[in-house]
Design a protein around this ligand. Structure first.
Ligand SMILES: Nc1ncnc2c1ncn2[C@@H]1O[C@H](COP(=O)(O)OP(=O)(O)OP(=O)(O)O)[C@@H](O)[C@H]1O
Length: 361
């Protein structure tokens, strides 16, 4: 584990008591409602929360023990804030150069051209920052953080200030970063769709503490996790390989032996795609399914059933070697005779999977 945290922070009316081990690679999401303490955790990691106590160890290096803190600038942390916080008096190039100079002074060697290329910042370099769009500003902010050649990258809701189309503009850069960066990333979000697209691990927070932590895919496929996030948000991530793009705008994916049709995905044939299917969008059927508008009928086996306090049930399904969740009524389960071990079909409408929930694998 790269980052070991056992920290406490106290503000008037708020107490944080946070323990977690954060992986040395990939993206760990800190997920939870507004005010649960996500930003405070990032600030402690970055060395910005002066009143914090406890222990922060990064790759065996003590960043904080008790009240002794390694100064923020000696940690090698890149921080991207919700609002880009660019220097308004400098051009895009000026903002980026500033970061690269800082890194070089600290003995690190950022690759300017590499970062500019990865984030498509070339055409923006001469622009003053006040005139940039929200999406452009965040790309520059991410570039600036990368140019400090950080050992750890902290992203605090980098998309939350953007509207949906701007989010979609920036998201592919974050996804590419996840694939290319050897730097571990801690990503704060209260959007499960964003977390499902970017994260490999998740730490779920509530009221200043950790309520669940683990690998994202396992967690999202666990029917016991649904009550933690709210059943209407529940849904598992599936992965498939692009098999074909069709003239009517649909993309066909191979999932083991099964086929799934999604709204057109911009990825080449053979590429791996991840997509989240919300439990509410899955219909279960027993026996032959014919003449149905839904395009995806996946052979499934019931693995587990969790009953809620109301009339609903969360059903864990195995589809080939992957897992899915379906939320149906207990009445339907009884009528169909569905219990662990039973075979059924999981029916998913193509249009139920939105673009925001589809990303590269
Ligand atoms: N410097 C401070 N002084 C007093 N209270 C603070 C301070 N910083 C944070 N808090 C409080 O601590 C709590 C946690 O704040 P924090 O910003 O960490 O939550 P969050 O989960 O990141 O929220 P959001 O998603 O809205 O950004 C909030 O109640 C906040 O008002």
């Amino acid at each position: 584990m790269a980052l070991s945290l056992d920290i406490r922070v106290s503000h008037p009316g708020f107490a944080l008591e946070f323990r977690a081990e954060i992986a040395g690679a990939g993206v760990t999401a800190l997920f939870g409602p507004s005010g649960c303490g996500k930003t405070t955790v990032l600030r402690v990691i970055a060395g910005l929360e002066k009143g914090a106590t406890g222990r922060v160890i990064f790759e065996r290096e003590p960043w904080q023990t008790g009240r002794r803190m390694l100064p923020s600038h000696r940690r090698g942390v890149g921080y991207v804030f919700q609002d880009a916080r660019l220097f308004p008096n400098l051009t895009v190039r000026g903002n980026l150069d500033y970061a690269a100079r800082r890194a070089r002074r600290a003995g690190r060697r950022p690759d300017f051209d590499d970062v500019v290329g990865a984030l498509d910042l070339g055409p923006l370099l001469g622009r003053p920052t006040p005139g940039l769009s929200g999406g452009e500003r965040q790309r520059v902010a991410i570039g600036r953080a990368l140019l400090t050649a950080p050992r750890l990258l902290l992203l605090d809701e980098p998309l939350s200030a953007l509207d949906e189309s701007r989010k979609e503009e920036v998201m592919p850069y974050l996804e590419a970063l996840r694939g290319a960066a050897k730097t571990p990333i801690v990503f704060v979000s209260h959007s499960l769709a964003e977390v499902a697209r970017l994260a490999s691990d998740i730490v779920v927070m509530k009221d200043g503490g950790v309520i669940r932590a683990g690998p994202l895919d396992d967690m999202l496929a666990d029917p016991g996790f649904a009550p933690v996030i709210g059943p209407s948000l529940a849904g598992a991530v599936l992965a498939g390989t692009v098999a074909a793009h069709h003239d009517d705008g649909l993309t066909e994916l191979a999932l083991g032996g099964a086929r799934v049709f999604l709204p057109g995905v911009a990825a080449s044939v053979g590429a791996t795609i991840r997509f989240r299917v919300r439990a509410d969008d899955v219909i279960l059927a027993v026996g032959p399914v014919s003449r149905l508008s839904a395009l995806n009928v996946l052979p499934a086996v019931v693995e587990d059933v969790h009953f809620g306090a109301g009339p609903g049930a969360m059903v864990a399904l195995r589809v080939g070697d992957q897992r899915m969740l379906a939320r149906v009524t207990q009445r339907s389960l009884g009528a169909l005779g569905l219990a662990p071990g039973a075979s059924c079909s999981a029916v998913v409408k193509s249009v139920a999977v939105t673009r925001a929930e589809i990303g590269p694998g």
